[in-house]
Design a protein around this ligand. Structure first.
Ligand code: SIN
Ligand code: FE2
Length: 215
C-alpha cells in the first residue's frame, strides 16, 4: 500500500515545533512574487537600514517596516514607532496581500482573527545573522508572530523560555511560514549566519517578513 497517497504534499505540510509553534511549509509560495513586488515598493519609500542596538552595536540585518507601526532600535531602546525616523513620514502601508497571508497563516496555526498592525522586513545577505532574542515589545502577547521566509534558505534557531535553553535548528526555505504564539509566544529565537548562495528570485539574499500585532 502506498501511504504517500494520503500524506500532504512534500512542499506543503504543517510541521509542529512545540505547543503553540508550527512551520507551514510552502504556505507563502503562491504569494511570493506579489510579496517581492510589494517589498520593492516598501524599500523604495523606506529603505533598508542597519539599526543600532541600545548597547551601541550596528545590526547586520538590514531592516525596514510596513504598516501603522514599525519596529525600531536606537541608543534609547527598542520601540514601535508610527513614523520612520529616517524620513519623518509614516511607514508604507500594509498591502492587502500581506494582511491576507498573515491572517490565513495564523488561522492555519490555530490563531483565529489575527490582524497585524506591523510588518518588520528583515534583509539578510551571506554572513548576516540575528542573535537569540524574544519578541516582547508588543502590547498584547496573546497575539502570535507570523514569520515569512523568502529567498535563500536559512537555519532558524528555536529555543525555549530561557536564553540558555537548548535550541532546535529549523531549516527555513523560500515560501515557508513559521508561526508562534500562545505558550510559545516568548520563546527565544534567532537566525544562524546566512550561507552564501543564489536564489532564482532574490539572488544572494534572504528576506523575512514578521507580522505582529504591536499596538
Ligand atoms: C525575527 O526574529 O525577527 C526574524 C526571524 C527570521 O528572520 O526568520
Ligand atoms: Fe524575532
Amino acid at each position: 500500500m502506498n501511504l504517500d497517497l494520503f500524506a500532504p504534499s512534500a512542499e506543503r505540510r504543517d510541521e509542529p515545533l512545540c505547543d503553540g509553534a508550527v512551520v507551514l511549509r510552502g504556505f507563502a509560495l503562491d504569494d511570493a512574487a506579489a510579496l517581492l513586488r510589494a517589498i520593492d515598493a516598501i524599500a523604495a519609500q523606506a529603505p533598508f537600514r542597519h539599526l543600532v542596538t541600545p548597547g551601541g552595536f550596528r545590526m547586520s540585518v538590514g531592516m525596514t517596516n510596513a504598516g501603522p507601526l514599525g519596529w525600531v532600535s536606537d541608543r534609547r531602546g527598542y520601540r514601535y514607532d508610527p513614523v520612520d525616523p529616517e524620513s519623518g513620514r509614516p511607514w508604507p502601508a500594509l498591502a492587502p496581500s500581506f494582511l491576507h497571508l498573515a491572517g490565513a497563516a495564523a488561522a492555519q496555526a490555530g490563531f483565529d482573527g489575527f490582524v497585524p498592525d506591523a510588518c518588520l522586513v528583515n534583509r539578510y545577505v551571506p554572513g548576516t545573522r540575528l542573535s537569540l532574542h524574544q519578541d516582547r515589545d508588543e502590547r498584547d502577547l496573546g497575539q502570535p508572530i507570523v514569520s515569512v521566509s523568502l529567498g535563500l534558505p536559512a537555519t532558524f534557531l528555536f529555543g525555549g523560555m530561557q536564553r540558555t535553553d537548548r535550541q532546535r535548528r529549523v531549516p527555513l526555505a523560500h515560501g515557508d511560514v513559521a508561526v508562534w504564539g500562545g505558550p510559545a509566544r516568548l520563546r527565544f529565537h534567532g537566525v544562524l549566519p546566512l550561507k552564501p548562495g543564489h536564489h532564482p528570485s532574490l539572488g544572494e539574499c534572504r528576506i523575512n517578513l514578521t507580522f505582529r500585532r504591536a499596538g
